[in-house]
Design a protein around this ligand. Structure first.
Ligand SMILES: [Ca+2]
Ligand SMILES: [Ca+2]
Ligand SMILES: [Ca+2]
Length: 486
């Protein structure tokens, strides 16, 4: 006979282990909508290489203000070659991570959405129907991230179908929805989604920081990160000899760009081209940075601040900046307008605006390079990221003057690589308006003392950053949030 107390203890043990390990977190559910621009096609390669990180429930072609059927259109079936190439590398990918979805599964959830014109949301399309089906499925009520790499029109059509046919379900559907838009690339968020669904206060991130890795990366990327986007790095790590999926990845071709963006004076043939939409899915990769918990925590996909209701936009580094009331897009977004009208002036301001993305750019590119190897190499010959586990809690409540011990015991590398530790304060993400000094910040065990001037309720965010010595060097994290309660 098992004692009730034993069961309770066992339960507490299991739940505490769960709280300490990022790997046990269930995969984010995601739906992608994309307008098939050349840089979406680059993003699609990276996306498929991370397909094991999520439950992908829809890959849907949509239109945008830039692309629609008959206007700079990549074709209704532009995703097919990418899925075919994924099918070819899949047998090797699963040697590295068993949980890549099968090519047949990905094909079964890939659909054409609303593509006839910019902002078209009258037609019920296979893409809009897939979104409806996923959102109305009550067997899974975990959050679902809907990403717009183009317009929001197919999403808007799906929501309108739900409003028309199942108005009683709107609230429960809204509860699980999370939006991540790369700008508002048509007007349907303003004209339909906000007026009809605004009352449910759906968390909505609208990103402009993406410029850091879009067509003008060469002007934005800091000097210590720019080599990861240069042709010599791209050639050996991404473009050549990495199998059929990476061979579809398009580099910069030289002499300006299809989309009319003029390259900077130093951009060369074979350089990185553009992946403006990638932050939408990069944001949902579980790196240990806990970015899904709140958009202002920040992670590989950037950091966002709450502007109004549950709308999160890019933090603009100007005091008294007034965010526009309507669309956040090419005409209004700060970064786009900085690049168009102000660059090359005030580059300190530019650097701080794009830092939420550029600060991780080396780790991000190295990670992409490792997965290039996963397409062609056996497990033993490729690198895999460290798994960061901490002995201390991830959420700590502390008082002024408390000594906090930080301990990364339990962290390991699946390849047995040597690990390098770095503990640092993510000052922009925490609400303490000061700097904490960390003792032994480059050891497995570190500590800090809560400064005497932290106000009650404020937070200190500490990142445990762990890099291996494999090739390419890979990095993972764990974030600790200390809340002051006196
Ligand atoms: Ca796009
Ligand atoms: Ca490794
Ligand atoms: Ca701070």
């Amino acid at each position: 006979m098992i004692h009730k107390q034993f069961l309770i203890a066992l339960f507490l043990l299991i739940t505490s282990i769960k709280a300490f390990t990022q790997n046990e977190i269930i995969k984010p559910r995601i739906i992608v909508t994309s307008d098939g621009e050349i840089d979406d096609e680059c993003s699609m390669v990276r996306f498929l290489l991370y397909a094991n990180e999520w439950d992908i429930e829809g890959i849907i072609t949509s239109s945008s203000q830039y692309h629609w059927q008959g206007h700079k259109w990549a074709g209704d079936d532009w995703i097919d070659p990418y899925l075919e190439a994924y099918e070819k590398v899949y047998p090797n990918l699963i040697k590295h991570k068993k949980d890549y979805p099968t090519p047949d599964y990905l094909k079964s959830i890939t659909f054409l959405g609303n593509v006839k014109a910019e902002g078209e949301m009258d037609l019920i399309t296979p893409g809009s129907q897939q979104i409806v089906k996923v959102l109305l499925d009550e067997s899974d009520n975990n959050p679902i991230w809907v990403q717009a790499w183009g317009g929001t029109n197919t999403l808007a059509r799906a929501l309108k179908t739900i409003e028309e046919n199942h108005p009683d379900k709107m609230e429960s559907v809204a509860k699980k929805l999370r939006f991540f838009f790369i700008w508002e690339q048509d007007n349907t968020y303003q004209s339909y989604i906000k007026p009809h669904w605004g009352k449910y206060n759906i968390q909505t991130i609208i990103c402009d920081q993406f410029w850091a890795i879009a067509y003008q990366w060469d002007k934005i990327m800091p000097q210590d990160k720019i080599d990861y986007f240069r042709n010599h790095w791209m050639k050996s790590n991404i473009l050549e000899n990495h199998g059929p999926l990476y061979s579809l990845y398009e580099a910069y071709k030289g002499g300006g760009d299809k989309e009319g963006f003029i390259a900077g004076p130093i951009k060369m043939k074979g350089d990185f081209r553009s992946e403006g939409d990638s932050p939408a899915f990069i944001y949902t990769i579980n790196t240990g940075l806990r970015s899904l918990e709140s958009p202002d925590y920040g992670g590989w996909g950037g950091r966002y601040v709450n502007i109004r209701e549950n709308t999160w936009l890019d933090p603009v580094p100007e005091t008294n900046y007034n965010y526009p009331e309507g669309r956040w897009y090419t005409k209004t977004a700060w970064g786009r307008n900085y690049m168009r009208n102000v660059y090359p002036e005030n580059q300190d301001l530019m650097n701080s605006y794009f830092k939420p993305i550029t600060r991780w750019a080396d780790a991000l590119q190295n990670d992409f390079a490792a997965r290039a190897d996963w397409c062609i190499k056996p497990y033993e010959e490729a690198n895999h990221p460290p798994v960061v586990k901490l002995k201390n809690k991830l959420n700590i409540t502390a008082k002024l003057g408390d000594k906090i011990s930080l301990n990364a015991k339990g962290t390991f590398d699946p390849d047995g690589d040597k690990l390098k530790y770095r503990w640092w304060q993510y000052e922009e993400a925490d609400t303490y308006n000061g700097v904490v000094s960390i003792n032994n910040a480059s050891s497995k065990k570190a500590s800090l003392v809560i400064p005497s001037d932290v106000k009650n309720g404020k937070t200190i965010h500490i990142i445990c950053e762990v890099s291996d010595n494999g090739s390419p060097q890979l990095t993972r994290y764990q974030r600790i949030i200390i809340t002051i309660s006196n």
